[in-house]
Design a binder for this molecule. Structure first.
Ligand SMILES: [Zn+2]
Length: 287
């Protein structure tokens, strides 16, 4: 459903409580509902793995698992300029986006039933977290040693006969400069399509520490990160020039073969702020 600009602008105006808030919303014709999300960017705005858009998309998947796929196919409207992370999530888990909507009062009053999507910014400890065994007792650990932790965990994930009911066996871990295990996460996409291992890893780490991915840290993941996860890694790194991503299996799919982590992809060109950004090497396959 494509709506007239005055209706979009009026909706943004009516939903926004103050000028600092980001608003994302979509109209769902089937349920005659207006789903929306507000987000007040925090002090560490640039490293935050959240936005009004991620709240809206992830919250719809979380709270309406049966209807989610259909709902997020509706055009999403946003009152702000989307980051690469926002664009990645729209690409992988939703469909269409109209950004930079200007909230404006046209004197229109009718709104469909507005339903606020919020609260999707908390850790899911069973699937991810900061573990008690923070110190991995490996002597002079190699990249393969860390990758083996992810591989081992992924192999322990239960698989049902019907593949679509199971979470894909993918695990990611975050390791500090000092070779300490900072966080881990497994894919939980069978219910929430946005919760790939890396997304969950980053969002949980941020929620628990209020920090981006630390300088000189490393991510070891069993599958090449997709466009959504790659963009969240790009956004959340304290310094993307000092972060490395190692993966085990290449993913040739259209959402993963080329991402912002792979120069000179379209996404890298779009996300780069200077010539140097175009060159940064971040991702390596461990064979
Ligand atoms: Zn992903």
């Amino acid at each position: 459903m494509t709506l007239l600009a005055p209706i979009i602008e009026q909706t943004a105006f009516s939903l926004r409580q103050n000028e600092y808030e980001q608003i994302a919303f979509l109209f769902d014709e089937t349920s005659h509902s207006l789903f929306y999300s507000r987000w007040a960017p925090g002090p560490n705005l640039t490293k935050e793995p959240y936005s009004a858009l991620t709240q809206l998309i992830q919250g719809i998947y979380e709270f309406y698992p049966e209807m989610a796929r259909k709902r997020v196919r509706n055009r999403i409207y946003a009152t702000f300029s989307p980051t690469e992370m926002c664009l990645g999530m729209v690409k992988v888990a939703a469909k269409r986006l109209t950004a930079n909507v200007t909230p404006k009062n046209h004197g229109l009053t009718h709104l469909l039933d507005p339903i606020e999507i919020r609260g999707f910014n908390r850790p899911i400890f069973e699937m991810s977290g900061i573990e008690p065994y923070k110190k991995v007792s490996l002597i002079n650990p190699t990249h393969s040693d860390f990758m083996n932790i992810s591989i081992q965990r992924a192999s322990e994930m239960p698989q049902k006969e019907q593949r679509y009911l199971s979470n894909r066996p993918i695990v990611a871990i975050l390791v500090s400069k000092e070779n300490q295990l900072l966080s881990w996460a497994q894919n939980t996409n069978s219910k929430n399509r946005t919760l790939h291992a890396e997304t969950l890893l980053i969002q949980n780490y941020y929620t628990l520490t209020q920090q981006g991915l630390p300088i000189d840290s490393k991510i070891y993941t069993t599958l090449k990160p997709c466009k959504m996860c790659a963009a969240m890694i790009w956004q959340s790194a304290e310094d993307i020039r000092r972060l490395k991503v190692f993966y085990q299996t290449f993913d040739p799919g259209p959402n993963a073969a080329q991402t912002v982590l792979n120069p000179p992809s379209f996404e890298r060109k779009r996300a780069s702020r200077c010539h140097e950004d175009l060159q940064i090497e971040i991702e390596t396959q461990l064979i």
